[in-house]
Design a protein around this ligand. Structure first.
Ligand code: NIG
Ligand code: FE
Length: 447
């Protein structure tokens, strides 16, 4: 990289002398594919300057004096011993739902299958009943509590789907709750309409698909409830033809497409996602080589959700290595939901991706930052520490990024910054000049 210029703007905060700074540069390409997924820019002993909610400069600490005008002072965070990364992005979650299904978890451990439980009236349909019965304020309170923990895990942007209503009233209730949560706390929320998550009990599929197309989609857009439209394409649920209809109509209304594809079986879901110009195809456990090649040749992101395989105890993880080698831009997300993945702990999913899909501890960071941003069509504003981008950052209490997936189950998050403001963690700030003095006469740890 050439000389680093200060992006125009007044410096308001400095994050100084991090052991490791994961820049994950997005200037040469909007996503990370092949070799690049595990070989993005990392600066040892790096610093970041922020102002007006954006990143103004990133670079080696030794170059700070060349960009900060003499005499200028601003509050700084002493990041010595810490790893600094872009805010983590969870690009697939079902955050808003009522009730829990621990009895199904118990039954699965005793040998019952996920589909068997679903066919007996459990599964998604069970959460549909519980979500229909929950009031908007109950769902809001549950969501808010979950988001507090999500923020504490370093996640600054979260996608949230509807899909546990399967009727207009409840689908819209879920999306309104997501919109209200976005206003009430710092995690940025991206909403997705997943009316086609299951077939509503007692209603013929054809009439429900008609209702989605003719009534729900135009209303979702009129009330500005969602940016994306998703569908669960699977044997016994929705077919590729349903996806063509629903996502085609969604597109006419200006919604962008996502697909739950090839999760339990190969339904050519990846190729379907590409042909429908979907922004992402999610799950992809059974995606065939042609589907992988189609993804690789497109801008569609493959969002892998190994947490659901881990939690369901299924051996067939998505073929991450093959996809990366084929050139698919791969992201990782939690799939947080009460049935197949009852966790919103994205760093834990990163460890699962390392051990079960052989992604490296460096690759998993690319997959939850820039590629996840791209899966939400936001790679121009978030996902890397590029000057001009939104100042969403995480400071981890460890000297290198590999420790985060390696020492699993521990929350390594020290501080979270959203749009330039400290929103979680100790925010002990000191003046830039004092910080420089500290760097000249290191007394770190014995103040
Ligand atoms: O993403 N694939 C379908 N939907 C969820 C499971 C939802 C549930 O079991 O409640 C998923 O895995
Ligand atoms: Fe899902």
């Amino acid at each position: 990289m050439g000389e680093r210029q200060l992006h125009s703007g007044r410096i308001e905060t400095g994050i100084i002398a991090a052991s490791e700074l994961l820049v994950i540069d997005s200037t040469s390409a909007p996503d990370l594919r092949g070799e690049r997924l595990g070989h993005f820019e990392i600066i040892p002993d790096g610093s970041v300057l922020l102002g007006d909610g954006t990143i103004l400069w990133v670079g080696p600490t030794s170059a700070l004096r060349t960009v900060v005008p003499t005499g200028q002072s601003f509050p700084c965070i002493d990041a010595r011993g810490l790893t600094v990364t872009p805010g983590l992005i969870d690009a697939h979650s079902h955050l808003v739902f009522g009730g829990t299904r621990e009895d199904e978890f118990d039954a699965r451990i005793r040998g019952k299958g996920y589909l068997e439980i679903a066919q007996a009236g459990g599964g998604i349909k069970r959460t549909v009943q519980l979500t229909r019965a929950a009031s908007e304020s109950e769902l809001f309170a549950l969501g808010r509590e979950r988001l507090q923990e999500i923020l504490s895990l370093g996640i600054t942007t979260l996608e949230v789907k509807s899909g546990y209503g399967l009727d207009q009233e409840t689908e819209f209730k879920m999306l309104r709750v997501a919109r209200e949560l976005a206003e009430a706390q710092p995690v940025e929320i991206v909403t997705t309409f997943l009316g086609a998550h299951e077939i509503p009990p007692g209603i013929p599929k054809e009439s429900y698909v008609n209702e989605i197309e003719q009534v729900m989609l135009p209303e979702v857009v009129r009330q500005d409830l969602a940016e994306f439209c998703d569908i669960f394409v699977e044997q016994g649920v929705y077919t590729p033809d349903d996806a063509v209809r629903i996502l085609g109509k969604a597109r006419e209304y200006g919604l962008k497409a996502k697909i739950h594809a090839d999760q339990m079986s190969d339904s050519d879901g990846a190729a379907l996602a590409v042909s429908l110009q979907a922004i992402s195809a999610d799950h992809l456990n059974y995606t065939n080589p042609e589907g992988q090649a189609a993804l690789a040749a497109s801008r569609c992101i493959g969002v892998l959700l190994p947490g659901s395989d881990f939690f369901l105890g299924l051996p067939h993880y998505p073929p991450a290595r093959k996809m990366i080698e084929a050139g698919v831009a791969v992201a990782l997300a939690t799939d947080f939901n009460p049935g197949s993945c009852m966790t919103y702990n994205l760093p834990l999913i990163m460890t699962v991706a390392c051990t079960q899909m052989r992604m490296s501890p460096t690759e998993v960071f690319g997959a939850v930052t820039l590629n996840a941003a791209r899966a939400l069509d936001r790679s121009e504003t978030i996902g890397s520490l590029a000057p001009g981008k939104q100042a969403d950052l995480v400071l981890f209490s460890c000297p290198n990024h590999k420790l985060i997936s390696y020492h699993f189950g521990k929350n390594h998050v020290h501080t979270v910054i959203k749009k330039g403001k400290v929103v979680y963690g100790p925010s002990r700030l000191l003046a830039y000049n004092d910080m420089l003095q500290q760097l000249n006469h290191p007394t770190h740890g014995d103040e």
